[in-house]
Design a protein around this ligand. Structure first.
Ligand code: NAD
Length: 429
């Protein structure tokens, strides 16, 4: 950790509940101060390298053109090409994409993979669009950003509202622009177009590994522990499934349509089966009692896994949380203002930039396999992922002890130290 000491210039960082970028910046600020980061490095690391806004006219199924707004933000390419998902959601804003891009920089640094951070998003409601409309939108977005994307420049992946199908369209559209097949431009692709075994499960698997690592430190016995999971998409449902397989009882699950509770434990495979046959939602799930999403977050469980969206644990509910351990499957689920309440209550937190880093880690494996023109077995992917998650957890845990800070601040300290040291060696103008 090589940094120089001069922290007096750093103004107190504003924390704004509504603004995810400020929320991210306040943690960055605190960690930078603890590290004694010098002023120049602080300025470089806080400012995104590139922010692109694109207008995407798309012909809808009714024959009319509709213009969508899309973003791609590259926060940093100090450690390597920028890496980060693309989000399709009505709530996408440039500030949100900036925060998510910065989180990717810190996340890649925490798990020690050679990537910088980026993120993209389009303001749209994918659930109300046809497959054809989504394909045209994805291709228009890709075509607008062919100069930004590239296997050595900026490598997208799925995020909320996107998945392997969108990544295949993106790979194809980018490849057309280059006149050759370029698998490594995007990760999270379907297996047949160069995806990696284990990628779909990777984020949930990383959540499971970091949950078990934390439980071991807290001496929580899996056979006697309970868990609630918010969000039942890729991250939430797979985390729940893998955690249940390790003997932990999942008492609560939820999605945007509502939350479900069963004291005796919910059969997660049944819930996944129900969701898959029910248009992707849990609405009407009969194996559990219906509760509100607020009740789920405040329920009496040992482990809480927010795996839906940012800003769900705030000053309004942090003091009501009863879990002993929070493992952040989603990006930014805990508001910066709520951090101190959670810390003072003695609740352990595995922060997002560590807990959900399994996805980007296997994305990195996918990119490596694409560049090698080779395929790894699922077992090899999982073993390497488990090792990276376990080692990263221990690295952050050690920093938390060394600096006597929360796991969240420790993760930022590990990440900022790595990026700032690399920057020092690389230099600049
Ligand atoms: P997804 O679209 O597959 O699932 C999102 C889930 O959250 C859905 O079940 C949705 O119904 C639910 N949800 C939305 N609003 C909700 C609300 N208000 N209350 C309860 N549930 C709600 O998305 P995902 O890929 O699972 O991503 C979830 C989170 O994990 C996001 O924060 C994303 O940035 C983060 N993440 C995803 C990956 C990945 O590999 N997919 C990797 C790292 C981080």
């Amino acid at each position: 950790m090589t940094t120089t000491s001069n922290s007096s210039y750093i103004e107190p960082a504003p924390i704004n509940k509504e603004n995810p970028f400020e929320s991210m910046m306040s943690r960055f600020h605190d960690a930078a101060q603890l590290l004694g980061l010098d002023e120049e490095t602080y300025e470089v690391l806080k400012t995104p390298t590139k922010q692109v806004i694109v207008s995407l006219p798309v012909t809808m199924d009714n024959g009319k053109k509709k213009v969508f707004e899309g973003y791609r933000v590259i926060h940093s390419n100090i450690l390597g090409p920028s890496k980060g998902g693309i989000r399709y959601d009505m709530g996408v804003t440039l500030d949100e994409v900036k925060a998510l891009a910065a989180w990717m920089t810190w996340k890649c640094a925490v798990v020690d993979i050679p990537y910088g951070g980026g993120k993209g998003g389009i303001i749209c409601n994918p659930r109300s669009m046809s497959v054809g409309e989504l394909e045209r939108l994805t291709r228009a977005y890709t075509s607008s950003l062919v100069d930004v994307f590239g296997p050595d420049q900026d490598i997208p992946a799925p995020d909320m509202g996107t998945g392997p199908r969108e990544m295949a369209w993106l790979m194809d559209e980018y490849s057309r622009s280059q006149g050759r097949t370029v698998h490594a431009v995007v990760t999270g692709k379907p297996l047949v177009v160069g995806g990696s075994l284990g990628r779909t499960e990777a984020t949930g698997r990383g959540v499971m590994v970091s949950t078990l690592a934390s439980m071991a430190k807290l001496r929580l016995n899996p056979g006697r522990s309970t868990c609630a999971v918010q969000g039942f998409g890729n991250v939430g449902s797979i985390s729940a499934q893998l955690i249940e397989e390790r003997g932990i009882k999942i008492c609560g699950i939820s999605d945007h349509t509502g939350a479900y509770w069963n004291e005796k434990g919910i059969d997660i495979n049944k819930a996944i089966g129900f969701r898959n046959g029910n248009g992707g939602i849990l609405d009407g799930f009969k194996e559990a009692e219906r509760i509100t999403n607020e009740e789920l977050l405040e329920s009496k469980v040992d482990i809480l896994i927010p795996a839906a969206k940012e800003d769900v644990i705030t000053t309004a509910n942090a003091h009501k949380i009863q879990a002993k351990l929070i493992v952040e499957g989603a990006n930014g689920p805990t508001n910066a203002k709520a951090d101190s309440i959670i810390y003072e209550k003695g609740i352990s937190v595995v922060p997002d930039i560590l807990a959900n880093a399994g996805g980007v880690t296997v994305s990195y494996f996918e990119w490596v396999q694409n560049r090698l023109g080779y395929k790894w077995s699922e077992d090899r992917v999982n073993r390497r992922l488990d090792r990276i998650m376990q080692e990263s957890y221990e690295r952050v845990y050690k920093a938390a002890k060394d600096y006597n800070v929360s796991m969240r601040l420790a993760a930022y300290i590990v990440a900022i130290a790595k990026v700032s040291e690399t920057l020092k060696y690389r230099g600049g103008y």
